[in-house]
Each structure stands twice: as C-alpha cells, then as structure tokens.
Design a protein around this ligand. Structure first.
Ligand code: APR
Ligand code: PHB
Length: 402
C-alpha cells in the first residue's frame, strides 16, 4: 500500500472541494483531493450559476476570479412574474448596492481545476472505494484505490466535500446526527439552448400551470426550467412540448422575446431540502452538498457551499498560522446558522412560487396551502419592506466571522 501524507485530505472535487483546496494551497496549507469520477465528468454536470457577493469575494481571495470578473454578468435585479404581471426586485436599490453575478458553476469549476493543475497540487481522479478511518483521532486517514493501486492518505483533518451521495456524512454515527429533510412533490425539468435569453435578468414565473424559470448562461445561451410532477420522465418531453409549455407559463412580455431552438441539455432534478446536524465529527468536517441540499428556487446551493468553505478555511488558518484550535469546535454552529437561513429562504421561495395542485401539504389540501402562499407572495411583492426581505436574502446574508 502506498502511503501519502498531507495536512488536509479533501474528498470530492466539486466546487466545494476545489475552492477549499485552492484557498488552502494559496496560504501554504498542503492538501490532497480524492475524487470518485474523472475531471471531464465533473465538468459535464450542468448546475445553476448565480453567485452572491460573498462567493465572488471568496473566489477573488482564492485568486480564482480572473475570468469570473471579466465574463460574469452583474445582475442588479431579477423578476418575479405572477401570470402576466412582472415585478422587478431591484436588488441594488433595495439592498443599498448589492448585486449578484451570473457565471455558470461549470465555469467556476473549470477555473478552479485549471489553477489546481497549475499549482501542481495533488488530485486523485477516478479514485475508487474511498473510506475514512479514525476521524476522532489526531491522525485520521483516507484509504482508496487509484489505477489499481491501494493508497493510504494520512492527514490532520478531512474535509468531506463529496456531495449528497458521498461517504463522509455516513461516517458520522446515526446517533450523533439528525437529518432534516423535506422532499417536494415535484421536480424541475431543465433545458439549455443556444438561443438568446428572454431578458437580461432572471425571471421566476408563477403561473396557473405551475412554476417556470427563465435564466441564462450568456447573451446567446439560455437556461429554462418547468415545474413537473416528480415521476415525470425526461424522454416524454420533446423540445416542441417543452417550448409549448414554457410559452404557456411565461408572462406575455417574455413570450414575445422567446427564441426557441434545439436543446443541448435536458434533465429533470428532484427538489429537496436537507440538513445534516452535526457538520463536524472529530476531525472530519462536512462541506456543501455533503451536509445540506436546497431546492434551486433562490439559487442558494453553490452559495451555501461557499460559506461553509469560507468558515472551514478560516478555522484551518487559525490552526496552522496561529496555533489556535478554538475555531474547530465552532465550525458546526457557525456554518449551520447560515445554512439554515439559506434553507428557510429556498423553502419559502419554493412554496410561494410552485403549484401544489391537490397534493396535501402541512395537513391541508394543496389548493388551500397554495392560496396561503399566493397571499404571502402578493403581500411581499406589494410592500417595499417585503421586497427588501427578498432582496437581502437573494444577494446573500453576510458571512459570520469566526
Ligand atoms: N469518493 C470521492 N469523491 C466522491 C465520492 C466518493 N465516495 N462521492 C462523491 N464524490 C464526489 C462527486 O463525484 C463530486 O464530484 O464529490 C463531488 C461533490 O461535488 P458536488 O456534488 O458538486 O458538491 P459540492 O462541491 O458541495 O458543490 C455544491 O453543487 O450540487 C451543487 O447545488 C449544489 O451548487 C451546489 C454545489
Ligand atoms: C440557473 O440558471 O440554472 C438557475 C438560476 C436561478 C435559480 C436556479 C437555477 O434560482
């Protein structure tokens, strides 16, 4: 068995693992990433791309924002449509200057991969059967197989950045973790197309036929989503059907601008709220999707991953640069506080904008629940205070200092 030693072992080369790795490498903290699939596979996963200011600043601190700063589109607002009525949430005005940046997660990942390769930091792609040993000890280990060889990675700390289906969370005994979960009775059918977007800002659309989202990746590439029943099959949705249904759900002003074309990606994603408490087990720290999932309404998934990364990065710098280990015990509390705010916001936005039909929710008929949510949306959109509540959370609550 080949033995490798490092300071921080990172499991998973998604945005969480790569961003943490880059930040640590920049300040001289040695780290090794162990990833189950290939780099190309990681880059093939289409995800959202709305970045909070906190994310952008962290990427700058990581030296990973060069292309993001050049190519990312600053969005000073977004819209919520109710039928044909469009309400613009003026993020900049309502928050006193804050905005979000539209830059695809795939691009963030690509940039971070490039920097890691340039820095010569060690990454094992296509690593099989990764297992964590002795997370409670001062010398935890990760064992895995790579190109037929058995490896043992000895480290001081393990960052479990291996997403919702990873192994890290399972290492925490069931008796010391509580999992909170809500699975929504619908999914999002997404289409990517090489067509100009209907607007230069994102539009969340509540319609009688269900929710739709008009988003983009660039001025020539659009991303659209439709709320669909959770058991829907992507094969049953031809491009023609998709565009026809989208037309029925977008407000008139958007339909007038809609340019359709062949889809270059089409997939259905389930909607789930999930939080694992605790996010720390000895010297194992869960980061990003490994610990929590949000429904995509509100675009918080990647941004919550980034705030975990920011917190763990500070904690590890305190350990290695100042010999101060007090932050280790605070990671869980600090990370979870912000995670819950993102969870609540995403759950709230999902409930307000989706149609529950006749499905029972919270002990009442879906139609009754939807009526409450309709009233809630009317109230928040009709009040400047209400709009400010939406805006403040959409741009991202501040990171807590540790
Ligand atoms: N061993 C090694 N790597 C693993 C294992 C394993 N057993 N299991 C999973 N992984 C890898 C996956 O292949 C994936 O590349 O961990 C990575 C996790 O990446 P993501 O799922 O992208 O999670 P994260 O980096 O936390 O990013 C959060 O991604 O899912 C979106 O909405 C989410 O935008 C948010 C962001
Ligand atoms: C996307 O562009 O994929 C996107 C944007 C905003 C969301 C979710 C997804 O809330």
């Amino acid at each position: 068995m080949r033995k490798v030693k490092t300071q921080v072992a990172i499991i998973g080369a998604g945005p969480s693992g790569l961003l943490l790795g880059q930040l640590l490498t920049r300040c001289g903290i040695e780290n090794v990433i162990v990833e189950r699939v290939s780099g190309e596979y990681v880059l093939g996963r289409i995800r959202a791309g709305i970045l909070e200011q906190g994310f952008v600043e962290l990427a700058r601190e990581a030296g990973a924002a060069e292309r993001l700063d050049q190519e990312g589109a600053v969005h000073e607002g977004f819209s919520i449509a109710q039928g044909d009525r469009v309400h613009r949430i003026d993020l900049k005005a309502l928050t006193g200057g804050d905005v979000v940046v539209c830059y695809g997660q795939v691009e963030v990942t690509r940039d971070l991969m490039g920097l890691r390769a340039d820095a010569g930091a060690m990454t094992f792609y296509q690593a099989e059967d990764a297992m964590i040993y002795e997370p409670l000890s001062s010398s935890p280990r990760v064992k895995f197989r790579h190109e037929g060889e058995e490896l043992e990675l000895a480290c001081d700390f393990i960052a479990g950045c291996d997403g919702f289906h990873g192994i890290s969370r399972q290492v925490i005994p069931a008796s010391t973790r509580t999992e909170h979960e809500r699975v929504y009775p619908f999914g999002w059918l997404g289409v990517l197309s090489e067509t100009p977007p209907v607007d230069d800002e994102i539009m969340y659309c509540k319609s009688q036929r269900g929710f739709a989202l008009a988003s983009m990746r660039s001025s020539t590439r659009s991303r659209y989503y439709l709320q669909v029943p959770m058991d829907e099959k992507v094969e049953d949705w031809s491009d023609t059907l998709f565009w026809a249904e989208l037309r029925r759900r977008l407000p008139k002003v958007a339909v007038e601008q809609l340019v359709t074309g062949p889809s270059i990606e089409k997939s259905i994603a389930p909607l789930r709220s999930f939080v694992c408490e605790e996010m720390r087990y000895g010297n194992l720290f869960l980061v990003g999707d490994a610990a929590h999932i949000v429904p995509p309404t509100g675009a918080k998934g990647l941004n919550l991953a980034a705030s975990d990364v920011a917190t763990l990065y500070r904690v590890l710098r305190m350990v290695y640069e100042e010999g101060d280990r007090s932050g280790l015990a605070r990671y869980n509390e600090v990370a979870l506080r912000r995670v819950w705010h993102g969870e609540r916001f995403s759950w709230w936005m999902t409930n307000m904008l989706h149609d529950y039909g006749d499905m029972a929710v919270d002990g009442m008929a879906g139609s009754t629940f939807s009526r409450f949510m309709q009233s809630q949306l009317d109230y928040y959109l009709g009040s400047e205070h209400g709009q400010r509540v939406i805006a403040e959370q959409y741009v991202g609550l501040p990171y807590e200092q540790i």
